[in-house]
Write a protein that binds this ligand. Structure first.
Ligand code: FES
Length: 240
């Protein structure tokens, strides 16, 4: 039992950033969040795989069996779960594709393209390039107003080198100050501040085929059940 815990705190380098010192037996995820690094994560209990990262140097103690969550290829590539790993030496890890750069960038609305009666695509040109991943979002603030900022998902994929031109799909919300400000006919030319990218529920690099969830749901609906429905089920299905 005494050998279970390491005797001292260790340092962790994440994606080449300045080292963080973790407290004794602190997980890489907890240490990173405490140090202000928003590394990818979600469940924090070893159940989702969001915090998967590559151990580049050093040794870690893993609190759960990762083989039910990570593929053989992941394990062979030295992938670990940051929420379930505490350093046993100074370590370096890498989160593939994570930049950790949430920034505030000013820009101007360049176009409002109506898509339906109450939905439009808002295009913005930023003063500096931004890099984001499919599935991420940004907070938008109407400059020079007291309108509270709102979050919107990026409408298009980003170039590998980043982009200064971003777009969002906005629906007019009744009494919604931000959506009405964005969809106003006078919106083009207005100054706006973007803070992002936000969110870690985004498309990740993967060696295996990706099945989007709607497609998975459609596939499930089109696949006959392997077990015939019981009489009980048939009876209950008439009870609408
Ligand atoms: S945050 Fe879900 S597995 Fe680590």
């Amino acid at each position: 039992m005494f050998g279970l815990f390491s005797k001292r705190a260790h340092r962790v380098v994440i994606n080449g950033r300045p080292a963080l010192t973790l407290t004794r037996n602190e997980t890489i995820l907890n240490g990173a969040l405490r140090g202000g690094l928003q590394i990818p994560h979600s469940c924090k209990v070893g159940g989702c795989g969001s915090c998967k990262c590559r151990l580049l140097e050093g040794r870690v103690r893993e609190f759960t069996d990762k083989s039910y969550l990570l593929s053989k290829e992941d394990i062979a590539a030295n992938m670990i779960l940051a929420c379930q790993s505490a350093p046993r030496s100074d370590v370096a890890v890498e989160f593939p594709g994570w930049s950790g750069d949430i920034r505030a960038i000013d820009g101007r609305i360049t176009a409002v393209d109506p898509l339906t009666r109450d939905i439009a695509e808002i295009r913005i040109r930023l003063e500096q390039p931004l890099h984001y991943r499919a599935g991420q979002s940004a907070r938008l603030k109407a400059s020079g107003t007291d309108i509270p900022e709102r979050s919107y998902s990026f409408a298009h994929r980003c170039d590998a080198a980043g982009t200064r031109d971003v777009a969002f799909i906005v629906r007019a919300v009744e009494q919604g100050r931000m959506s009405n400000w964005l969809l106003d006919a006078r919106a083009p030319g207005r100054r706006i501040r973007l803070t992002g990218p936000q969110g870690d529920f985004h498309l990740r690099d993967a060696s295996r085929p990706v099945m989007p969830l709607p497609a998975a749901a459609a596939w499930r609906r089109s696949t006959p059940c392997s077990r015939p429905r019981s009489r009980t089920t048939r009876r209950s299905s008439t009870n609408r």
